[in-house]
Design a protein around this ligand. Structure first.
Ligand code: FAD
Length: 458
């Protein structure tokens, strides 16, 4: 038995940062990683997909160069081996930095293997048994694979195995029209694949407002992606060189035939092989570890951070979990999960930046509210750049004048949304922003103007 002050299972977004804080506070720490340092974000999530999105954007701009008066002779071909090599280099740099920083962190011992609970404050890894009064779980999640008949007999891809693809699929079928599926759909279409996107719901990204879903579907269709909504995959078969997905739409069965299949139908937590029952740690029906507002599990001395606690599904929510745990534990600062404001982006082109509530969410509360929208066509910077798809929408509480939420679908929407987010954190009325002088010509310059254009939400 090896004793530590703290054990961290998983090196996702929260674990390594917490290890550094704990060691800095004089604690003896063990951290366990069973696969790739840095976890999903670094290896199979944000970092590689955004590197690939960048390559896809370059291909798109090259193909449409004439729109900007630039001549590109001949067809634009994408060298998928080079695209993958670039992505791998970006990923390796981040992964190696995480690994190196942990392995050289004095006071921190790194175990490379599968960690699992064997008792309430004990974790086994590689034949060692570790004990600590404080244990932090940061095991993340993986792609959920739905029980579609035949899927288990077909070589389907997930966000993880997509990372090894160094060729152009002739026809990529994607199951799932949410954030992960949409990014891959646009990216592979721009690389040159035929892409069919199959979504069960009547619209893409159904958590967003209808106008957002419709605008995203429109620009994906415009690029040639076959977007099938209200469509259920009911069976999958592999033939010699093709994969057939049997689909049901409007009560009729038909077939989509492609060469490759990506399953992007949600995520599940990596908690099924963690021995949680040995420690008595409670999960919900889907396996997410139940935590309170300070990320404590039901077992005193054990915390869960990141995707595995079901309180967030993003790198920044996992990082924020680390900050909350560290603040409560080491700084006597009682930060809470409920203090954070919903924020995320969809990294299509144009991207969607989101903060706070959707319009539908505000309507559901029934509170008096104000709304302002602006088409990107009317944003001079977007017009100058020739990137005018999308719109911006801001919702404000009628009485307090505080911002309730915003959806920015358009050029730099993933960046501009932070104007709104920071004002929301400041709990400042929108009139503060209305008087701010923003820089011309930028997308952000219209945010103060929009605050002057607010009208009652009918
Ligand atoms: C395709 C894709 C794109 C994404 N893009 C974005 C984006 O642009 N922006 C964004 O904010 N989020 C994005 N996300 C989500 C983001 O990647 C995750 O929310 C984030 O990585 C979660 O981090 P985490 O700290 O919970 O754990 P993870 O990063 O999942 O890491 C968990 C680690 O724990 C290890 N582990 C698991 N079980 C054990 C065990 N028993 N013993 C030892 N080690 C174990 C795993 O190997 C892994 O390294 C994306 C996700 C996907 C799939």
């Amino acid at each position: 038995m090896v004793n530590y002050d703290a054990i961290i299972i998983g090196t996702g977004q929260a674990g390594p940062a917490l290890a550094r804080r704990l060691v800095g506070a004089g604690r003896k720490v063990a951290i366990i990683e069973r696969k790739l340092f840095g976890g999903t974000c670094v290896n199979t999530g944000c970092t590689p997909t955004k590197a690939l999105v960048a390559s896809a954007y370059a291909a798109h701009v090259a193909r449409c160069a004439a729109d900007w008066g630039v001549k590109v002779e001949g067809a634009v071909d994408v060298d998928m081996k080079a695209v993958k090599a670039r992505k791998d280099a970006v990923v390796a740099s981040s992964r190696n930095a995480v690994e190196r920083s942990l392995k050289t962190l004095e006071g921190c011992t790194v175990y490379e293997g599968h960690g699992h609970f064997v008792a309430i404050k004990r974790v086994a890894v590689n034949g060692y048994e570790l004990a600590a009064d404080r244990i932090f779980i940061n095991v993340g999640g993986r792609a959920a694979i739905p029980p579609i008949p035949g899927l288990d007999r077909v070589p389907y891809l997930t966000n993880s195995s997509m990372m090894d693809v160094d060729f152009l699929p002739a026809h990529l079928i994607i199951l799932g029209g949410s954030y992960v599926g949409l990014e891959f759909a646009q990216m592979y279409r721009r690389f040159g694949s035929e892409v069919t996107l199959i979504e069960l719901a009547p619209r893409l990204i159904p958590r967003e407002d209808v106008d957002v879903s419709q605008a995203v579907a429109a620009f994906l269709r415009e690029e040639g992606i076959d977007v099938r909504l209200d469509t259920r995959a009911v069976g999958v078969e592999k033939d010699r060189d093709s994969i057939t997905v049997k689909v049901e739409a409007a009560g009729k069965i038909s077939q989509v035939v492609g060469t490759h299949l990506l399953v992007a139908m949600g995520r599940r937590p990596n908690t099924d092989d963690l021995g949680l029952d040995k420690a008595g740690i409670a999960t919900d029906g889907r396996g997410y570890i139940q935590v309170d507002d300070q990320l404590r599990t039901n077992v005193p001395g054990i915390w869960a951070m990141g995707d595995c606690n079901g309180r967030g599904a993003f790198t920044h929510t996992s990082w924020n979990d680390f900050e909350i745990v560290a603040a409560n534990l080491l700084d006597n600062d009682h930060r809470r999960v409920s203090d954070r404001i919903t924020a995320y982006a969809l990294f299509t082109d144009p991207p969607l930046g989101r903060a706070g509530m959707t319009e539908a969410g505000v309507r559901n509360t029934g509170r008096p509210a104000l709304i302002a929208t602006k088409a990107m066509e009317d944003v001079s910077r977007a017009y100058e750049k020739g990137e005018t798809k999308g719109f911006m929408k801001i919702l404000v509480d009628q009485d307090s004048k505080q911002i309730l939420g915003a959806s920015f679908l358009g050029l730099a929407g993933d960046e501009v949304i932070h104007c709104i987010l920071d004002l929301m954190y400041a709990k400042a009325p929108c009139t503060v922003m209305q008087r701010a002088m923003h820089i011309h010509p930028t997308v952000s310059e219209f945010i103060p103007t929009m605050m002057g254009d607010l009208v009652p939400l009918q």
